[in-house]
Structures are given as structure tokens and as C-alpha cells.
Design a protein around this ligand. Structure first.
Ligand SMILES: NCc1[nH]cc(CCC(=O)O)c1CC(=O)O
Length: 285
């Protein structure tokens, strides 16, 4: 039986996600799987704020290097952490079926409207600012457990925001002293590719893996990623894009929160569709 080497980050969430990919490939193809855990720049520099230091590739570069050098056969990423364009020589083989794409507002028990919300994401800050106009924003760092403890016990803020998918994959459905409020798309548009797990391979090898992955997730996420690529913003721009079977949910600083109907044909032509909608929003460069 051939052994497949999969590059992964080492965080508990990354390992949970990579194990899902490994289980799927083992089940479908019978491969033995070996994980290659890699510490990325983003993992080392926990003191950096991702938003301030720019660089979305912070969590992906070292894994991509392992693929390019032939040390790994596949790399698994949170699709949300991937930059818009794929690096030369690599492509996305596919995605696992997307989990719950919504964000969750996590509020200390007894608080109705949080006065302080800990999140450094401009996308989350701007949209929550419309929901809670009097709220002030602070930063929060550390893994998910640490963040929840900081809200429940240390009172660093009244609330924070985390992706439902990440919480779900860590098996966290609630927390003593905290209330979990799932935010609908009409009040919080998710990040591009939120809740999707991307499997990356060397360019030209993707077709061999295609049958293992989820075409519906690919179609929708590739349209979301087309908006990100065309806007070219990186993580400084407050951008939310989420595609469902028939609707585009869009949030952008200056445009606000919008939802528009989407046809199957539009979903299948991501480049043209994102160009058309960005022109409609007045965001064409
Ligand atoms: N921002 C970092 C990040 N990248 C991917 C996830 C996990 C969920 C997902 O796959 O979208 C998270 C945590 C979060 O935003 O709460």
C-alpha cells in the first residue's frame, strides 16, 4: 500500500482538520497516511496580529514549500487562510464538504449587549459595529480554549467571535459561563472560504484527487475566492463573501451588507461573476 505524506500545521484545529482529510483518503483510496506537522511563521509569531502584519501566507508558506520540494504529497489548510492566488507550481486538489460557515458571538452570561468585543478582524469589527453601535473593540490572542477562558474568567472583554466550524471541529458546543449566539448571514457575512478545508497539491496532480473531494464546496468557494483575488485586498480589507445554492452574501467596507440572487450559471463562471458584481457594487479597479 502506498504511503501518502500530508503536510499540516500543528495547532489542535489544524490537526483535527488534517485528520478528517486523512480519514477520507484512507477510506476512499486505501492509502496509508503519514502526517508531516510543520510550524509556520504564523504559529511562531503569536505576538503578531495577522491583520496588522498583512501576509495571509503566514500560515501556509512552509507547508507549500514542503509540497514544492517533494517532501509532502498534499497539504491541508483552512481555506480561509489561503491567499487569493495559488503560488506557482501548486493548485487546489479540492475541498472537504463545508461545515457551518457562520460566526458565533460568544458572550459572558448575563450580558445582553456587549460593551467590549475582543476581535482583531476588521470584517467582524465592522459588522458587529452595526449590530452593537456602542461597543468598543479590543484584541485577543491565543488558541480557542485560552480565548474562551479570557472572556469567561479574566473579563478581558464581554464577548468575542469565533467561527462555528472551528468550534465544531474542536468539539466545543458550549462553555461554562458563556452564551454562544450563532450569527445569521443577514448580520454577519462570513470570510471568503470560511469553514472549508482545502487540500493542496502540485500543479497538474489535482485531477487525480478530484473524485475524493466535494464539488459543491469547490464551486461556491472558488466564486468567493474570485472576489478576493479581484479585490486584491489581503486581510486589511473588511471583506465578507459567502455563496449559498442561490444567494451571494457580500460585505465590504463602504458598500455595507448586501444579498443578491445567484444562478447556477453564475456560480459556474466565477471570474466573470465576481467582475460583474464588483462593478455593480462600484468596486472595480
Ligand atoms: N481566523 C483564523 C481561522 N482560520 C480558520 C478558522 C477556523 C474555521 C474555518 O475553517 O473557517 C479560524 C478561526 C476563526 O476564525 O474563528
Amino acid at each position: 500500500m502506498p504511503t501518502l505524506t500530508i503536510a499540516t500545521r500543528k495547532s489542535p484545529l489544524a490537526l483535527a482538520q488534517t485528520n478528517m482529510v486523512a480519514a477520507a483518503l484512507h477510506e476512499l483510496l486505501g492509502f496509508d497516511i503519514q502526517l508531516m506537522p510543520i510550524v509556520t511563521t504564523g504559529d511562531k509569531q503569536t505576538a503578531w496580529s495577522l491583520e496588522k502584519r498583512g501576509g495571509k501566507g503566514l500560515f501556509t508558506k512552509e507547508l507549500e514549500q514542503a509540497l514544492l520540494e517533494g517532501r509532502a504529497d498534499l497539504a491541508v489548510h483552512s481555506a480561509k487562510d489561503l491567499p487569493g492566488d495559488q503560488p506557482e507550481g501548486l493548485e487546489i486538489a479540492g475541498y472537504l464538504p463545508r461545515a457551518d460557515p457562520r460566526d458565533v458571538l460568544i458572550v459572558r452570561d448575563g450580558i445582553e449587549a456587549p460593551a467590549t468585543i475582543a476581535t482583531s478582524s476588521p470584517r467582524r469589527r465592522l459588522q458587529l459595529g452595526m449590530l452593537y453601535p456602542d461597543a468598543e473593540f479590543t484584541e485577543i490572542r491565543g488558541n480557542v480554549d485560552t480565548r474562551l477562558r479570557k472572556i469567561a474568567h479574566d473579563h478581558v472583554a464581554d464577548a468575542t467571535v469565533l467561527a462555528a466550524a472551528g468550534l465544531g471541529r474542536l468539539g466545543i458546543g458550549g462553555w461554562e459561563g458563556l452564551e454562544f449566539r450563532v450569527l445569521g448571514f443577514e448580520s454577519m457575512v462570513p470570510a471568503v472560504a470560511q469553514a472549508a478545508i482545502a487540500v493542496q497539491c502540485r500543479a497538474g496532480e489535482g485531477a487525480a484527487w478530484a473524485k475524493c473531494f466535494h464539488p459543491t464546496t469547490s464551486r461556491r468557494v472558488e466564486l468567493e475566492r474570485a472576489f478576493q483575488t479581484q479585490l486584491g485586498g489581503g486581510c486589511h480589507t473588511a471583506l465578507g463573501v459567502h455563496v449559498t445554492s442561490d444567494t451571494l452574501w457580500f460585505f465590504h467596507d463602504g458598500v455595507g451588507l448586501r444579498s443578491l440572487p445567484l444562478s447556477d450559471a453564475e456560480i459556474d463562471t466565477p471570474h466573470d461573476t465576481s467582475a460583474k458584481f464588483l462593478a455593480h457594487f462600484g468596486l472595480s479597479n
